[in-house]
Each structure stands twice: as C-alpha cells, then as structure tokens.
Design a protein around this ligand. Structure first.
Ligand code: GLY
Ligand code: MN
Ligand code: MN
Length: 449
C-alpha cells in the first residue's frame, strides 16, 4: 500500500512553519477517543490536520510547532510506554518512538502538558490552533495563557493573538502531492472494485444490506479498515433521501438501487456513486433519466482543467439537467429562464461536487474573495450530478420515486484531468452487460452444482 514518507510530513511541517513565522506557535491535538455506548469505543480515526502534519496514529497526543526554536521546532506530547496497558490496548510509540519513527525534535509525556506548555507559550506572540474544533483543548489553552498573564508583573509575556490555523493549513491540504495522489488512487481503485462486486451480486430478493456487505467485504480484503463515511445503499425511492443510512429495504425487481460508498486508506477518502437496476435492465423511464445524469457527468468532467473555475462543472450539470428535464416535460418554460431561476433544484438539490482528500468533504476554499477559485493541478474533486423525483412529486406517475446519482473522483492535471474512478462502468450498456454476465455466471454455477 502506498504510504506518506517521513520526509513528506517534515516538508509539510516546514511549509506551515514558514507561514506561521517567528514569534508564532501552532498547537494541534490528536482526535479524542469517542465512546460508542457505555465502555465500547468507536473505531479510532485520527484528526485530519494532526494526521497531515505528523502521521502519528495515537490518541492523547499534541503536536507543537515553534518556528525558529533553537532546541527543536517540532515537539510531540504523547502517551508514555506502559507495558501493563499495552497488554490490553496494543503498542504505544512512547517518547522514544515519537523521536525515532515520527521525526519529533523532542517528545514529552502527555501528562506533562500543564507543566511544559505555559513555558512554551511564554514569549510567543501568536498562537495558531483550530478554533472551535476541540472545545476541551481550547479551555486548557486559555488556562495556560491565563497562567502566563498572572505572571506578567514578573516579566512574563503572554501571547497576544489567537489565530485560526485552518486558513494556512487547509490551503496546503488542497494541493495533493504525488504520494497523496497514489493513496487516493489506491483508495479509488479499491472502492471501484467494491462497487463492481456489489453490482455483480445484485438481484431481486436480496436486501440493501446484502450489497453493503459486498462493499465491506471488498474494503476489508483490500486493507481498508473503515469506510470513509456511512455507505448509502438505497433502493427505489430510498435514493431520493440524500443521506439514507438504514440500508435494510428489499431490492425489488424493476427498481433502481443507488450506492454511494467509498473506503478510507491511510486516512485518505474515496467517494463514489453508481446507480443501476436491481434486475440488471433499465426500464425506458429509468434510462431516460439516467442518460441525463450521465450526460451531465460527462459534460462536467470535461470542464475540469487548470484555468477553469470551481463552479464551471456545477454550471455544466445545471445546464444539461435543465435541458434534459425540459425535453421530458418535467420542467416547462424557456431554457435560459429555467437555468437563471435554478428551476432544476426541485429535482437536483445539491452541488456537483466537493474537494476530496483526508476528509470526504475536504478542506480548502471554494472562493477567493468574491471569485470562484480557479482549478489547479493537484486538486482532487468529486463530480456527482443527480436527479431525484420524490414519490409525492407532482409529475406523471412513471417518473415518481426515481433517484439517480453518478459520482466520480477527478484529479486536476497539468493538461486537463484524470478520472480516478474511470475503471467503474457507468454507461447503460456497460452496466447491463456486466450484470447480465454476472447473472449468467450465477445461473451456470447453479446448473452445474
Ligand atoms: N457521500 C457524500 C457525498 O457524496 O458527498
Ligand atoms: Mn458520495
Ligand atoms: Mn461526494
């Protein structure tokens, strides 16, 4: 599996410290352990900013960056080795590991924070941290600053400014390095294999969770510990519920099923959607709507290139979908008026995509000032047009209860773009072909057993 090398984490820290400058200090806490119920923990997932700068996988840790500090610029507070605890919970890096394996200049027990942090903050003018993201930590920070302030009459100088770290760090996270692209590609490839397996397994009589199980099987076989978000497996009208999570309804002959799911590798997310017929054959109405979404997807992807702006793919999807709905009579009026009025929002109520990276809805500004951001090489985004006709929509009955989305991951390259999920079929004929082949294989296996 691709990895981010130690030297890259060091490069990222140096870049951030160059932005922070002398007189600044940045503090980044690791994600807390969250309980699921009573004493059972949620699977641990590191905080994305902390991960980006340290690669350190443990909870109860704090990274401190102090540009220009003679005795070390990168300090890591973490849990101490504890053989008794490690027998129950697994190995800890300890301070030795923080130095040897994670590139810290110095490392301290997390229990020593209250003793050491005020001394590190003293004399620094500016403190950078993720404001509002870690309330417990924020309280601690204000306490430490208060302790320094209390000693001002003895010559201590408390920090004067608290600043948001996000704006500095999140811009870097938007530009993916070669190693990050390799990881995103690996996650995309595994996710595509999982979707393909679910499509091949699909048939009337199963339930949504049977397809979710196929996805999970693939993710885990491929070494992903977690899905990047709760998988959506939505049959029939369930696909019109944007964040459908129940995944327990029957897969009915004649319905479509929408799967929005992606794995996470080394904390990098994948986010892919395909919609296909439960029985392997699109009905004429399903196909008509599907082909509009497919055309929107293709037209939007063609707009992803350096020099185009963030909103161009979205605008392309709105145009194609509005044209399509007008042609089917699901909207009435003049095309340009309907586009201007955003009339398609009734059936296409989300945007065409988002940045993708360590977070599914990744960080980074979409606008710079009052302008849409220009796309640049190394940015990764999703393109995910959809059409959702709720069961109670006031349209001819044949359209009701259809929900369709097609979601791909796209890397902006120097010459245009690369679709990271191109290996997963999305044209009607391809989907029908692969589902028919899977059905034949199932029937042959049954006949010879
Ligand atoms: N699965 C979340 C999204 O598509 O944005
Ligand atoms: Mn998605
Ligand atoms: Mn998405």
């Amino acid at each position: 599996m691709p990895r981010i090398h130690k030297a890259e984490f060091a490069r990222r820290r140096r870049a951030l410290m160059a932005e922070i400058g002398h007189g600044g200090i940045a503090l980044l806490p690791a994600a807390p352990v969250c309980l699921r119920n009573r004493d059972i923990e949620q699977p641990y997932r590191q905080d994305s900013d902390f991960q980006y700068l340290t690669g350190f996988p443990e909870p109860e840790a704090l990274a401190v960056l102090i540009p220009g500090r003679a005795h070390g610029e990168y300090l890591l507070f973490c849990r101490e080795r504890d053989l008794e605890m490690e027998r129950w919970e697994g190995r800890r890096a300890g301070q030795e590991g923080a130095l040897a394996d994670y590139g810290a200049d110095d490392a301290f027990p997390i229990g020593d924070l209250d003793d050491i942090l005020p001394g590190l903050l003293e004399g620094r003018e500016r403190v950078y941290y993720a404001m509002g993201a870690h309330p417990e930590f924020e309280r601690q920070l204000l306490n430490w600053i208060e302790l320094i302030r209390a000693k001002a009459d003895q010559g201590a100088s408390p920090p004067r400014e608290l600043l948001a770290l996000d704006t500095l760090l999140h811009d870097s996270r938007l530009y993916k390095s070669a190693a990050e692209v390799r990881l995103l590609k690996a996650a995309a490839e595994l996710t595509c294999a999982a979707h393909l397996r679910a499509m091949q397994a699909c048939r009337p009589g199963l339930r949504e969770y049977h397809l979710e199980a196929e996805l999970d099987y693939c993710f885990r076989q491929g070494g992903a510990r977690l899905a990047a978000y709760g998988s959506i497996v939505a049959a029939g009208a369930n696909a019109c519920v944007m964040h459908y999570q129940a995944n327990n309804a029957p897969l009915r002959d004649g319905d479509l099923v929408l799967i929005d799911a992606g794995c996470e590798l080394e904390c990098y997310a994948s986010d892919v959607t395909r919609t296909f017929p439960v029985n392997g054959r699109f009905s004429p109405e399903q196909r008509q709507l599907y082909d509009i979404v497919l055309a929107a997807s293709q037209t939007a992807i063609a707009c992803v290139a350096p020099g185009r702006h963030w909103n161009e793919p979205h605008e392309a999807t709105v145009r194609v979908i509005t044209e399509g709905l007008l042609a089917l009579g699901l909207l009435q009026g003049q095309l340009d008026d309907l586009i201007e009025a955003g009339a398609c929002r009734e059936f296409y109520m989300h945007r065409a995509g988002h940045w993708l990276g360590l977070d599914v809805h990744d960080v980074g500004e979409y606008r710079i000032g009052d302008q849409w951001r220009m796309l640049e090489p190394g940015m990764v985004l999703t393109v995910e047009p959809g059409l959702y006709i709720p069961p109670d929509a006031e349209v001819p009955r044949k359209w009701r209860g259809l929900g369709i989305r097609i979601e791909d991951e796209v890397l902006v390259t120097r010459s245009g773009c690369e679709v990271l999920t191109a290996g997963l079929p999305k044209a009607v004929a391809e989907i029908e072909g692969l589902m028919a082949a899977a059905r034949d294989r199932r029937e042959n296996a049954h006949a010879t057993s």
